[in-house]
Design a protein around this ligand. Structure first.
Ligand code: PMT
Length: 408
C-alpha cells in the first residue's frame, strides 16, 4: 500500500531496543511517509537524536522546554498532524503514564493530545512485562482503543529468555501500514473533485492564469478513491498524471470547467472544488497574435461564471465543499464564501504562509462547517489534508449511510 505523504509520529522510549526503531523510521521514510520522532530523555541515552534526525530528515523533538516560544504549538501540532502514532519501544513507564493520563514530558503530552490511532509496541524485561500492573494498564489502554503489538519471545539483552523483545522492524512497519490503510468509508459515494487553475486565452499565444499546480485537488481525488468513492476529477491544465482508478476530464477555461462540472452534477453526491478558477477572462479573444504597437495596452475583462455559486443554487441534497484561497482575513473571508455559495464546508488556506497554498506539497488549512464548527490543522502533506477533509465530510453525503449530515 502507498503510504507516501502520510504522517507518522514515532515516540521512542528508553530501552535497549531503541536501536531497532532506527530501522523502523528508515523503512517508513523510504516508503514515502513523513516521519517525526519524539525521544524521551532516557531514549537519548540509548540512541543519539542525530541518528533519527539523519534518517527522518526532520528535527527530533527531545525536550518540551528547549524552545519555550514554540513548545506548546509544537506538541499540539505533532499530535494533530499524525495519521498514525507509534510508541516503540514502549516501556512499562510510558504505558503506565498513558493509562493514568499523565502528561509530564513531550512524548506523553503529545500522546494525550492526539486523536490519531496509536500503535504501542512494548519491549521490556519479561518479568516486567508479565507484571500484573503492567498487564492491567495494557488492558485499560486496549479497551480505550490503543493498538498493541505482542512482544516477541526470545533471548533478552540481560541474558535470560522470555517474552518482552521488540518485534522485528519489518513486522512493526507491516502493522503500521495496515493501520494507515484508509477505511473504505466512501463506498457508494459519487464525487466530483476539481483541481488546478483555469487558463483564459488572450490570443493564440497568451493567457491569464494563476499558480495552482493541481496538487491539492489531485490529493483529494486520490484519497477519496482510496476510500472507495467513485471519483471524477475535473482538472485545469497541470503537469500531474491522474491518480489510478480516477476518471479524469481535462479542461482549460473556466467555461469549459463549468460545462464539465454541470454536465456531471446530476449524477453525483458530493463536489469538492479545489480548483483555482479565474474570476475574469478577456472580454475578446484575438484570433491572431496581438502586435505590440503602443507603450500601453488595455485588456478588458469579463466576469467568469462562479461555478460553485451556481452549484449552491441547485445543490439539492448533495454535499458541496469549497476551498478559499486568501491572503488576508482568512476566517472572515472564507466564512462569507461558505454562506454566499451555500456550501456545507469550506477549506480555507492562507496562501501567503510558508508551506501553504499554491505549488507546495504541503498545506495549512482550517475547515469551517455550516454549523459553525471550525477545525484548524497544522502544516501537513496535501494527502493528509485531503484525508482530514474526507473525515469531516464522509457523514454528510447522501447515500453514505453515515451520520446525519445535511444530505440525509
Ligand atoms: O493547486 P495547488 O497548487 O495544490 O494549490 C491549492 C490551492 C491553493 C489552489 C487550493 O488549496 C485552493 O485554495 N483552491 C481554491 C482557490 C480559489 O479559487 O479560491 P477562491 O477563494 O477564489 O474561490 C472559492 C471557491 O469558489 C473555490 O472552491 C473555487 O473553486 C470556487 N470558484 C471560484 C471562482 C469561480 N469563478 N468559480 C468557482 O467555482
Amino acid at each position: 500500500m502507498d503510504i507516501k505523504g502520510r504522517s507518522v509520529v514515532v515516540g521512542v522510549c528508553g530501552g535497549i531496543a531503541a536501536y531497532k526503531v532506527v530501522e523502523v523510521v528508515s523503512r517508513l521514510k523510504k516508503m514515502g511517509a513523513e516521519v517525526d520522532v519524539i525521544m524521551t530523555a532516557n531514549a537519548q541515552k540509548f540512541v543519539a537524536p542525530l541518528t533519527f534526525r539523519s534518517l527522518s530528515h526532520r528535527p527530533v523533538v527531545t525536550d518540551m522546554f528547549s524552545d519555550p516560544e514554540y513548545w506548546d504549538i509544537k506538541h499540539v501540532s505533532l499530535a494533530q498532524k499524525a495519521d498514525l502514532f507509534i510508541v516503540a519501544p514502549a516501556t512499562a513507564n510510558i504505558i503506565g503514564k498513558l493509562a493514568a493520563g499523565i502528561a509530564d514530558d513531550m512524548l506523553s503530552t503529545t500522546l494525550v493530545a492526539t486523536k490519531a490511532p496509536v500503535l504501542i509496541v512494548p519491549a521490556m524485561n519479561h518479568d516486567m512485562y508479565s507484571n500484573a500492573v503492567v498487564q492491567r494498564n495494557i488492558e485499560t489502554l486496549k479497551e480505550l482503543g490503543y493498538i498493541f503489538m505482542e512482544p516477541d519471545t526470545g533471548r533478552m539483552a540481560e541474558g535470560s529468555s522470555g517474552k518482552g523483545r521488540l518485534p522485528e522492524p519489518s513486522a512493526i512497519v507491516e502493522k503500521a501500514v495496515s493501520i494507515l490503510k484508509p477505511a473504505r468509508d466512501l463506498e457508494g459515494i459519487r464525487m466530483i473533485v476539481t483541481a488546478g487553475p483555469t487558463r483564459e486565452n488572450i490570443d493564440p499565444v497568451r493567457y491569464i492564469s494563476n499558480y495552482s499546480s493541481g496538487k491539492m485537488g489531485y490529493a483529494v481525488a486520490q484519497a477519496a478513491h482510496e476510500r472507495g468513492a467513485d471519483v471524477l476529477l475535473i482538472s485545469g491544465p497541470v503537469e500531474l498524471e491522474g491518480p489510478d482508478g480516477v476518471r479524469l476530464i481535462r479542461t482549460s477555461t473556466a467555461e469549459e470547467m463549468e460545462e464539465a462540472v454541470l454536465g456531471n452534477f446530476e449524477n453525483c453526491d458530493m463536489v469538492i472544488m479545489a480548483a483555482a478558477v479565474a474570476d475574469y477572462r478577456p472580454a475578446e479573444v484575438s484570433g491572431t497574435k496581438i502586435k505590440k504597437n503602443d507603450d500601453e495596452m488595455v485588456l478588458r475583462l469579463r466576469k467568469n461564471p462562479d461555478i460553485l455559486k451556481k452549484l449552491g443554487t441547485i445543490k439539492g441534497n448533495r454535499t458541496l465543499v469549497g476551498f478559499s484561497a486568501e491572503t488576508d482575513n482568512l476566517a472572515e473571508n472564507a466564512a462569507k464564501k461558505l454562506e454566499s455559495k451555500n456550501l456545507d464546508m469550506i477549506v480555507a488556506n492562507d496562501v501567503t504562509m510558508e508551506g501553504a497554498g499554491f505549488g507546495t506539497d504541503t498545506n495549512i488549512v482550517r475547515m469551517i462547517k455550516r454549523d459553525g464548527t471550525v477545525v484548524v490543522l497544522p502544516l501537513m502533506s496535501k494527502l493528509s489534508v485531503a484525508h482530514r477533509i474526507l473525515d469531516e465530510v464522509r457523514g454528510m453525503a447522501a447515500g453514505s449511510g453515515q451520520g446525519s449530515g445535511n444530505g440525509q
